[in-house]
Every structure is written in structure tokens, then in C-alpha cells.
Ligand binder design. Structure first.
Ligand code: BT5
Length: 246
């Protein structure tokens, strides 16, 4: 289902923006993949930027029509990060790989991969999601800009050798396809629980940065829609829908 058509571009503003614009006018079909060597305006969440020097990162987007309730659309980020973790675990020793809520894969607390989901509706009113993945593959330390939200790392820095972006794209799309087929067959109920199990986040004390506010607490679980449940020091339970966990 995923990756039956893969388009490789040398340069684009953002693979997510391109595929979203195409999906809106019905110019792209489910499972379509766009990959680029370079993005001139790569995007993160909340109007942030995703930066990678030409040819060094794996930058791609996938179009899906998940047919799940709009209020559960955040689960798609969790599925995508599960799929990327599975793909990465096949290529790297999985020691040190961590899922970070809601959309990051870290290696020993350094950011290796970020995921950005953009949803929209096409001309016939069908809801779609463009899942965008930025994976640091062959960057050296000096390739990362200063002032990042958290320190970054690449597959090359972890393994001390270069990796083929094409080979990794193939295995990432295969694991994405497996997760997506499970979503289509079984619905969404397994996602939050599976993600929480793999993340080892349960019971950890974390600080969440939300709208310039720092909230510290212990992770109590995920809501069925993927939101993070945090127990504050005073015992109060709160639910966080968007933020950065440190
Ligand atoms: C993300 O946002 O991590 C989502 C990144 C998604 C990028 C892909 S690339 C293909 C597709 N097309 C797009 O236009 N986007 C997607 P967020 O959690 O908001 O993190 C963004 C923050 O990560 C930035 O503000 C920086 O601090 C940091 N950052 C930027 N580039 C990075 C890199 N290469 N490695 C690690 N951190 C980076």
C-alpha cells in the first residue's frame, strides 16, 4: 500500500507541503511517497524548521487516508514513530534508541529523527494525512546548526560509517506499510498502548515545555487519542495534547 509510487526530487521547499498541495487537488494517491535530497524550507511542528545539508538526510513524506475519527488523528504520529523505530532497529543496534512523545526518535537523548504530520481534506471532503519524516543519516557533527532544541545525532555518528538513504527508505516504508495495514485491519485501539510499551516512558519523571510553560510530572500513560497523561507533584492528573518532553 505504502510506497507503490516513489518520487525522488533533487530540491523542493518541503516534501510535506508539496504532497499536501497535491493531495488537496486530488493529484496524489494513497501511499504516494515524495523524497528529496534537499529542502529549502523543511518544516517541523509549530512553525519550526527542519534543517539538513543537501544529500545527507533522509527526507520524505507519505500520503495516507487513515479513515479514523479526526480527534484521534494524533495517533498517526505515534504509528509513524513506531514504524521508524522498527525500521531503525533493523539497521542499527537498537540499544540507545528511544521514542520521545509525540514525534521524535532519539539515540541516547540526541535527536535522530523527527516526524511531522499534516492533515487536510481533498476536493471530495476525504480526510488525508501527510506523514513527513526527517532522519539524520550521514551528517557529521559540524553539519548540525547550533541552537537546536536538543542535541542531534546521525546514523553515521552512531555507527561510524555512511549509510545508504535508499536502502533505509525501503525498510522504513516496509515497516510503515506493516503498521498501516494493522491500523486498517484492527483500528486504533492498540496504538497508544504499543507505543507506551516501546517508549519506556511510563513512570518516568519528565518536564514538558508547552507554550513557554514548563510542567513537571510523572508519566501516567497515554490517552486513547495519544495525548500524554501526567501526574503532577500534588497528585493531580493532567492531559497534554501538544508540547516537547525533556
Ligand atoms: C520535527 O519537528 O521533528 C518534525 C521534523 C519533520 C521533518 C520532515 S523532513 C520531510 C518532511 N517535510 C518537511 O517539511 N518536514 C518533514 P519538531 O519536533 O518541531 O522539531 C523541530 C526542531 O528540531 C527544530 O526547531 C530544531 O530545534 C530541531 N532540528 C532541526 N533540524 C534538525 C535535525 N536535522 N536534527 C535534529 N534536530 C533538528
Amino acid at each position: 500500500m505504502i510506497g507503490t509510487s516513489i518520487r525522488k526530487l533533487e530540491v523542493v521547499e518541503s516534501t510535506n507541503s508539496l504532497l499536501k498541495a497535491e493531495a488537496e487537488v486530488g493529484k496524489a494517491t494513497e501511499g504516494a511517497v515524495v523524497m528529496a535530497d534537499h529542502q529549502t524550507a523543511g518544516r517541523g511542528r509549530l512553525d519550526r524548521q527542519w534543517e539538513a545539508p543537501p544529500g545527507k538526510g533522509l527526507l520524505f513524506s507519505v500520503l495516507i487516508y487513515p479513515e479514523i475519527p479526526t480527534e484521534k488523528i494524533a495517533l498517526i504520529s505515534l504509528i509513524a514513530s513506531l514504524a521508524m523505530l522498527e525500521g531503525l532497529s533493523e539497521k542499527l543496534d537498537s540499544t540507545g534508541l528511544q521514542l520521545k512523545w509525540p514525534n521524535d526518535i532519539l539515540h541516547n537523548d540526541r535527536k535522530l529523527c523527527g516526524i511531522l504530520c499534516d492533515s487536510g481534506t481533498d476536493a471530495s471532503g476525504r480526510q488525508f494525512v501527510v506523514v513527513g519524516v526527517g532522519l539524520n543519516v550521514n551528517q557529521d557533527q559540524q553539519d548540525f546548526p547550533s541552537g537546536l532544541l536538543r542535541p542531534a545525532i546521525s546514523m553515521k555518528l552512531i555507527t561510524h560509517r555512511e549509510h545508504s538513504r535508499d536502502a533505509f527508505l525501503k525498510s522504513a516504508l516496509e515497516s510503515f506499510d506493516r503498521c498501516y495495514r494493522r491500523l486498517k485491519a484492527e483500528g486504533v485501539d492498540w496504538i497508544a498502548e504499543t507505543w507506551l510499551d516501546r517508549s519506556e516512558l511510563f513512570g518516568k519523571t519528565v518536564t514538558v515545555l508547552r507554550d513557554h510553560e514548563e510542567i513537571s510530572g510523572t508519566v501516567d500513560g497515554l490517552e486513547p487519542d495519544g495525548a500524554l497523561r501526567l501526574r503532577l507533584r500534588g497528585g493531580e492528573l493532567i492531559t497534554i495534547h501538544s508540547g516537547d518532553v525533556f
